[in-house]
Design a protein around this ligand. Structure first.
Ligand code: URA
Length: 219
């Protein structure tokens, strides 16, 4: 797997990520979701450079314009619930894409909250054979959700191209996905790679719980 870390470039994307992390800005849930959307738009634009293009003829009122547009048959996939704002952002850009949704939740197997597991319960997806699969999830922590989401998605066919996108990744999560996808035909795009996971498997410095910050606390 190749990893592209957009934080290595000086772009305004870093400003959006800084706001997303900022504890003073996070209390405004609408702004938090809006910043995810701004990040998603910028990432989708950058990732669009890796699609396959061909010239098309477009009739204007005055003549015919030749335009190079993407040919990929894209399916956008995400994991409930934290992935929803990022998914919407990608769908703003890849507006003709098919859509896949997976429900996955983290739970601790022990009282000390050190042993984490992820359970997938639901998948709704079109067939994926020959498609370009873009799986988006804002936080790549252990990599378990990405792994289980991919396994669930592959029951719907084998995509021709796989692109993974997250906003903040941990080194542990990146290593986990590298072991799952040892070849360079899969690319992970992220807006930052942070220092480490804490004992509760949260990314540090990270931003906290992306689902709660987008939609409120859960019981
Ligand atoms: N999910 C989150 O929302 N935050 C983390 O730090 C890890 C997983």
């Amino acid at each position: 797997m190749k990893t592209i870390n957009f934080a290595e470039r000086n772009t305004v994307l870093n400003q959006f990520v800084a706001e997303l992390r900022d504890i003073c800005v996070q209390s405004d849930r609408m702004r938090f979701r809006h910043n995810i959307r701004r990040i998603g738009h910028a990432m989708a634009y950058e990732m669009s450079k890796e699609l396959t293009y061909s010239e098309k003829q477009v009739r204007t009122p005055l003549d015919v314009a030749s335009v190079s547009t993407p040919d990929d048959d894209i399916v956008l996939a995400t994991v409930f619930r934290a992935g929803l704002p990022l998914h919407e952002a990608f769908l703003d850009v890849f507006d003709r894409a098919g859509n896949a949704f997976i429900s996955a939740y983290r739970y601790y197997k022990d009282e000390a909250c050190q042993e984490l597991d992820v359970k997938v319960e639901y998948i709704a997806s079109p067939m994926l054979d020959g498609k370009t699969l873009i799986l988006v999830d804002p936080m790549l922590a252990t990599g378990e959700s990405f792994e289980l989401a991919c396994k669930a998605l592959f029951t719907k066919g084998r995509p021709a191209k796989i692109m993974l996108a997250c906003i903040i990744a941990s080194p542990e999560g990146v290593a986990h996905l590298e072991s799952l996808f040892p070849d360079d035909d899969v690319t992970l795009y992220c807006a930052a790679v942070d220092s480490h996971l804490n004992s509760r498997k949260y990314i540090v410095p990270g931003l906290g719980d992306a689902g709660d910050l987008s939609y409120g606390d859960k019981i």
